[in-house]
Design a protein around this ligand. Structure first.
Ligand code: TEU
Ligand code: CA
Length: 561
């Protein structure tokens, strides 16, 4: 199986993957029924978005009980079956670990609410509210929640507020409290003892908060407290402690950190092996291209970006992490992002072409590749009416955009439609049957009507399908040390449309050439023309290498010496 650098990870968002019992909600038996399919892709690792008991305000990222399976998804027996069946097929399971917050239904929080003197009060971040001149009680500071509105909720029984950086029912844990840390470590041991491979760690770089919780930004209007919560030195210390007390006690635990706006320096500091923290981390700069500083619903840059900007970001991260000695988890899609062909490619005439080139990109970069359910068949964004929205972030930010940013309704709706996480959460398209073969009942969320022609069954029959391109690519990646751990050397860096790079290790040299634009382009590869490159996998025709090559819209080519 190799180590973490050689793995290929398939992310499942269980609620929308496959329903086995007709209640319209994806479940564990649904996943078990699709293990053969997952195996056929060539992946060796599954990351499951949260499957624990939850109130679904944030669809599983608000956890009521870390030791229980969400009954909508099945039972612990179902989970054990999934774990064992997949292990027998050579697939390991990575679980989501949400350690920054619990839901407000979690027993720790329920205890904390009982009184100010509860020993559990200190498990969370409670703080006395402030009174204005009219003696009205206001939140303790101006912190904005990641999903819009104040990050503070009023305790019904006192003048205190508690911190919720995401949905109002996701209560931030107080990592200063040793009991909290031990509680989380206990959870980790429970699942590792069961035999899972490791964890994807949710917003792990925000677990520490600045002492005293000072105001954010200029301190006046609601503002997101990046400077007081993102990657503080204490967060690094806690992760180090977690490594020492838990991760290092098991053999080869897979860890990938997710974090808000992680800088290059921080990513390296979390993932350099000698730091003994995490194996790899995600970065989000690429995904936030064209967005304003407050994130995906910050429309002030008009979501405009150029292929050159995208290219420069990729090169910045690739070379910066290699130099810094860290390791990236690479992805273009996940459950929080619009569909990759709609966002970075073209979901009309060039859908197949751009889906393949984006795959070529993701699987030939330095770092461990992750793919998200449905991207392997080129699933696209979906037109969703207001009544189709399911995600709290979209629904809440829609209101915030109108009330705080004074956007007219039609514009606010456009912003949500562009970036909503719901795009990633429409059900997986298995076939052209009713509800895309996802469920025999009523799906919990709208199925994209393009399932009539975008579905797994059709892809399996089609020649030159996106799906078969993924399979070939994964096979090539798995059999090549250069593509997994080799160096990344950008070429033709000034080119405005084409991203070209070498991946090299020992005797092996690959050249990747990708037109990131929707128009004709030309790659200038004089610098590497001494190599005797042969085409390996191309999104159009397998044309011979030339020092200067014309490329079709979104064309991608992989060459090897
Ligand atoms: O997301 C954390 C995160 O950094 C968010 O800002 C993310 O970028 C967001 O979805 C923007 O739209 C993680 C999970 O992936 C997400 O699903 C959860 O809602 C969030 O943590 C809270 O647990
Ligand atoms: Ca079900």
């Amino acid at each position: 199986m190799g180590n973490f650098k050689h793995r290929i990870v398939y992310q499942i968002w269980p609620r929308s993957f496959k329903d086995s019992n007709g209640d319209g909600i994806g479940d564990l038996q649904g996943i078990i029924g699709k293990l053969d399919y997952i195996k056929s892709l060539g992946v060796d690792t599954i990351w499951l978005s949260p499957i624990y008991a939850t109130g679904n305000k944030d669809y599983g990222y608000d956890i009521d009980d870390y030791y229980k399976i969400n009954p909508e998804f099945g039972s612990m027996e179902d989970f054990d079956e999934l774990l064992h069946k997949s292990k027998n097929m050579g697939i390991d399971i990575v679980m989501d670990l949400v350690a920054n917050h619990t839901s407000d239904q979690h027993s720790w929080f329920q205890e904390a609410l009982k009184s100010k003197d509860s020993p559990y009060r200190n498990y969370y971040i409670f703080k006395q509210g402030k009174r204005n001149k009219k003696r009205e009680l206001l939140p303790p500071n101006n912190w904005l929640s990641a999903f819009g509105g104040s990050a503070w909720q009023k305790d019904p029984n006192s003048d205190e507020f508690y911190l919720t950086l995401f949905t109002p029912n996701q209560c931030d844990l107080n990592w200063k409290n040793e009991k909290v840390r031990e509680g989380i470590y206990e959870i980790m041991r429970f699942w590792l003892d069961k035999g899972i491979l490791g964890f994807r760690m949710d917003v792990i770089n925000t677990i520490a908060k600045k002492d005293g919780l000072p105001p954010a930004g200029k301190g006046k209007k609601l503002d997101f407290p990046f400077e007081h919560i993102v990657s503080l030195p204490k967060s690094h210390e806690y992760v180090k402690e977690m490594h020492e007390k838990v991760l290092s006690q098991y053999e080869d635990v897979f860890t990938v950190g997710e974090g808000m706006v992680t800088s290059l320096e921080d990513l390296n500091a979390y993932t350099r092996p000698e730091e003994k923290k995490l194996q790899m981390m995600f970065q989000f700069d690429v995904h936030l291209i064209g967005c304003g500083p407050l994130g995906k619903f910050d429309f002030r840059k008009g979501y405009r970006w150029t292929p050159k900007e995208l290219k420069d970001l990729i090169i910045h991260w690739q070379t910066g992490v290699e130099k810094g000695g860290g390791w990236l988890g690479n992805f273009l899609s996940n459950h929080d992002q619009p569909r990759q062909v709609s966002r970075f490619g073209h979901d009309g005439a060039f859908r197949r072409k751009s889906a393949k080139s984006l795959a070529l990109l993701n699987f030939t970069l330095r770092g461990t590749p992750f793919l998200y359910q449905g991207e392997e068949i080129g699933m696209t964004n979906c037109h969703l009416k207001e009544e189709d929205w399911r995600d709290f972030e979209a629904i809440n930010d829609y209101r915030v955009l109108q009330e705080m940013m004074h956007l007219p309704k039609p514009l606010a709706r456009k912003v949500i439609q562009k970036m909503t996480r719901d795009h990633a959460r429409t059900p997986m398209q298995w076939s052209e049957e009713k509800n895309a073969g996802f469920t025999t009942g009523t799906p919990w969320m709208k199925v994209n009507p393009n399932c009539s022609y975008i579905n797994v069954e059709k892809e399996m029959k089609r020649e030159n399908s996106i799906l078969s391109f993924y399979k070939k690519l994964i096979e090539i990646r798995k059999s090549s040390e250069a593509l997994s751990t080799g160096s990344f050397v950008p070429v033709d860096t000034e080119n405005k449309k084409v991203l070209s790079y070498l991946r090299q290790k020992g005797e092996d040299t690959y050249l990747i050439v990708i037109n990131l634009s929707g128009s004709l382009a030309e790659a200038n590869l004089m610098d590497v023309s001494a190599y005797n490159f042969k085409p390996v996998l191309c999104t159009y025709d397998a044309l011979p290498f030339m020092p200067s090559m014309k490329l079709q819209p979104y064309e991608g080519r992989l060459y090897k010496v």
